[in-house]
Design a protein around this ligand. Structure first.
Ligand code: CA
Length: 228
């Protein structure tokens, strides 16, 4: 876990960096806003701890520039300012959390842990395509809320297509997605999986199209018609 600590007060920066390193984090310290901005642009950090009063660019500017680049690194602000409007403004600018100075180390570390956990949380494992629902963690599928009976390979091929909805994949790519199974997968076998999947899916309006010479794609189902 790599943390960028942006703090121009060297005494405070040293103390925080040492404590965080003892907790097992890799910590880089930037003492001014321009350095922080440059490092954030070029390097990947799991978290930024950002002081507000900084030489060069101030903390708000660093934060604004980071979010303007659509970088999603979590930002924990160190704020000497306790004013409510200031904290609201920081959160609006894209800060994830803040700690008011003087910093209580246990509180800082708890917030660091929480933000890093949040940053790592997995994306939603459920794919919903019209009347088809896939649980990519449990490796199960439902059609119209009824469990769909799929072999392991059919599941793998369906998941591969569903993750690339409306994008053409060729047989080679599907075969590669099925590697790891005991037997070799042949192009003919892929055709059979696709054919069996079609039989199971098409009654619910889920369509796998063939693009001659290129491969297949799972067509994004039309939005459910006004059954509100
Ligand atoms: Ca400062």
């Amino acid at each position: 876990m790599r943390i960028l600590l942006v703090e121009d007060d060297t005494l405070l920066a040293d103390g925080l960096a040492r404590a965080l390193r003892q907790s097992g984090y890799l910590v880089e310290v930037a003492a001014d806003g321009r350095t922080a901005d440059r490092w954030l642009e070029s390097d990947a950090f799991d978290l930024t701890i950002l002081d507000l009063g900084l030489p060069g660019l101030d903390g708000c500017q660093v934060l604004q520039r980071l979010r303007a680049r659509r970088q999603r690194t979590p930002v924990l602000v160190l704020s000497a300012r306790e004013a409510l409007e200031e904290r609201v403004r920081l959160l609006d600018l894209g800060a994830d959390d803040y700690v008011v100075k003087p910093v209580a180390l246990v509180e800082l570390e708890a917030r660091v842990r929480a933000l890093i956990r949040r940053g790592q949380s997995a994306p939603d494992p459920t794919i919903i395509l019209g009347r088809l629902t896939l649980d990519t963690v449990g490796k199960r599928a439902w059609l119209n809320d009824e469990a769909l009976d799929l072999t392991a390979r059919e599941w793998a091929a369906l998941e591969f297509l569903a993750l690339r909805v409306n994008r053409i994949v060729n047989k080679e790519q599907i075969m590669q997605s099925l590697y790891g199974w005991e037997e070799d997968i042949t192009p003919n076998a892929v055709e059979k999986f696709i054919s069996r999947l079609r039989n199971k899916l098409e009654p619910a309006g889920i369509v796998i199209r063939t693009v001659r010479g290129l491969g297949y794609y799972l067509e994004k189902p039309a939005e459910a018609d006004g059954t509100a």
